[in-house]
Design a binder for this molecule. Structure first.
Ligand SMILES: Nc1ncnc2c1ncn2[C@@H]1O[C@H](COP(=O)(O)OP(=O)(O)OP(=O)(O)O)[C@@H](O)[C@H]1O
Ligand SMILES: [Mg+2]
Length: 260
């Protein structure tokens, strides 16, 4: 792990479609509202999604950075619509279907993440929307982060893939920095998912108990917002899913990392 004071969170899952991108954007919005300066990295090197969901058209993106044609500061795009409080959100956009990004090498990626943390921006939190899967790129992003926010739904395949991510992070990187968020689940389902994953990691990998950050219910307003390229935290702030995301914020940042 790279040591720096800016906390960096990798939002990852193993299985696709479990809610990482929408959670990342809602977390960013709520953190900005609390005064944090959030830097968002589109870590989906194959199929970038954050720009689409935000309805922005970046001129330069990570592909330019990897090609040596731009620096991270050059591509940083302020997102005023998410910067409602005293804080701010800035996007480092990716690009969908670009071979330079899809084929990013491990040293390139490690360098990119090192540069990201050294970026002389005023960021107080870094969030990475990691692609689905357990390929080396995903594992590097998680291993280099302060914590991996592992998103799983109660679906058995999502749970299996979440466990695979915990296992590979531990076996390949010696990293046990995972915290669980169960999405699209009732309280009972969420607790069951937590028990199953934590028990498996404790029994088979001899890891300490897996911290549970939160359980987010299935919420029609939340998916309505996603479909209309809106952010539920802004359009439906009282929705049950947004309230559940808000409830996990105090556990995310240490007291010393909270904005004044
Ligand atoms: N709590 C929720 N309630 C209702 N719908 C949800 C919830 N969380 C996610 N969804 C829906 O699930 C779908 C997938 O969400 P999202 O794109 O955020 O997932 P993802 O993990 O980023 O997917 P991918 O792996 O393809 O990048 C979206 O249509 C979104 O509206
Ligand atoms: Mg996504």
């Amino acid at each position: 792990m790279i040591h720096t004071s800016t906390p960096m969170f990798a939002i990852a899952s193993g299985k696709g479609g479990v809610g990482k991108t929408s959670l990342t954007l809602n977390l960013a919005t709520l953190l900005a509202k609390q005064g944090q300066h959030v830097l968002l990295l589109d870590g989906d090197t194959g199929l970038a999604n954050l720009d689409v969901q935000l309805n922005v058209q970046p001129v330069k993106d990570l592909a330019h950075v990897l090609a040596g044609q731009a620096t991270l500061s050059d591509i940083a795009l302020p997102i005023p619509q998410l910067s409602t409080g005293k804080g701010s959100v800035t996007l480092l956009p990716g690009r969908a279907g670009h071979s330079g990004l899809t084929n990013v090498t491990q040293p390139q990626l490690t360098q990119l993440l090192t540069d990201l943390r050294a970026l002389t921006s005023n960021a107080t939190v870094i969030l990475i929307d990691v692609a689905a899967g357990v390929a080396p790129a995903q594992l590097i992003m998680c291993a280099q982060s302060t914590a991996t926010l592992l998103v799983s739904t109660p679906d058995p395949s999502s749970l299996t893939d979440a466990y695979a991510l915990i296992k590979l992070l531990w076996q390949n990187h010696g990293t046990a920095n995972t915290r669980l968020i169960v999405n699209q689940a009732s309280k009972t389902e969420g607790q069951q998912v937590h028990t199953r994953l934590s028990t498996a990691a404790e029994n088979f990998l001899k890891l300490p108990p897996l911290p549970l950050l939160g359980i987010i219910p299935t919420d029609k307003l939340y998916s309505t917002a996603v479909r209309s390229q809106a952010i539920a935290a802004l359009t439906y702030p009282q929705s049950t899913a947004v309230e559940a995301i808000e409830a996990l914020l105090p556990k995310l940042l240490l007291p010393s990392q909270k904005a004044a």
